[in-house]
Design a protein. Structure first.
Length: 300
């Protein structure tokens, strides 16, 4: 007989995207801070998720528990065997070798799971839309998402696409008002519920732009977007957006950029080769730049 208490956190992540919107909000809150959820009352959890208390009960029952108390007990038991506040896989008494092995294994497992779950049809649609776009504006908020948006903008720029990375709330709205039907608002937010970025995404869509979201499944941002590149990784014990989310986002961007380069054809390929040769010549990507030694000799 199946025990609903086994691997509860994993089951929450796997089934979240299949749940009704209200129940997804409950699961999202639980996954963001499982330990706080265990300590919260039903009323507190309902307020945090923006749902009614009966919705909390229905969510627990959808995972095989008769009551919220049984659900929370199972959640506490799962937390007890999935690591510590240091890392979901690491225990306080682990050796340096254990820490290295567990963290690398956890990252590899997350990327393997990403490979299984990535929707290549959606990814291909995004690549096609980017190839056709007159302008691509990358919206972000927070350190992690801004890093990703800057990386995406840089990669798009190297492919010859007109692209900007925008993290200022005012500038995002200005961008959204000027994109139009031939523009793309590419919104990156793992958490997927930052108010002003959601407002910019809604406005861009109202102006006819295509809104692409790189986020977790079931977020408010995912519901707004025309196309969703869904990334689901285990919750980090320390940070809201942990290393595994960083890696997953970077891998999705890498896949997307390679596919976009294929769609852009020989022009993009030649451009990339020219960039590489130019940077090599001027010493940016090479230790063989003769100008460096020449300058040193002149200074002597």
């Amino acid at each position: 007989m199946h025990n609903p208490s086994v691997h509860l956190l994993q089951r929450l992540r796997e089934r979240m995207a299949l749940l009704p919107a209200a129940q997804r909000s409950v699961v999202q809150c639980v996954l963001e801070d499982p330990r706080a959820a265990v300590a919260a009352t039903v009323e507190q959890l309902a307020q945090q998720a923006g749902v009614s208390m009966p919705t909390i009960v229905r969510t627990c029952r959808s995972f095989g528990f008769e009551s919220v108390r049984e659900f929370m007990l199972a959640l506490a038991q799962d937390l007890a065997v999935t690591g510590s506040y240091l890392h979901r896989s690491v225990l306080a008494e682990d050796s340096a070798g254990d820490v290295a092995s567990k963290i690398v294994h956890a990252a590899v497992s997350s990327l393997t799971e990403l490979g299984r779950r990535i929707d290549v049809e959606v990814l291909d649609k995004v690549a096609s839309r980017l190839a056709e776009a007159r302008r691509i504006d990358c919206y972000s908020v927070g350190a992690a998402s801004t890093f990703m948006a800057n990386e995406l903008q840089s990669r798009l720029f190297r492919l010859g696409c007109t692209a900007n990375a925008i993290f200022d709330a005012h500038q995002q709205l200005v961008s959204a008002s000027t994109l139009g039907p031939d523009g793309v608002a590419f919104v990156i937010s793992h958490v997927g519920r930052m108010p002003y970025t959601l407002e910019a995404a809604r406005f861009a869509r109202s102006q006819g732009a295509t809104v692409v979201a790189l986020t977790q499944p079931g977020t408010q941002l995912a519901e707004i977007a025309d196309l969703v590149l869904a990334v689901s990784v285990p919750q980090d014990a320390v940070m809201r957006v942990g290393t595994e989310a960083y890696l997953a986002h970077l891998v999705v961007i890498e896949i997307l950029m390679v596919r976009l380069a294929q769609k852009l054809g020989p022009v993009a390929t030649r451009g990339l080769q020219q960039f590489k040769q130019l940077l090599h010549k001027h010493g940016f990507d090479s230790a063989e730049y003769s100008g460096a030694s020449e300058t040193f000799e002149d200074e002597r």
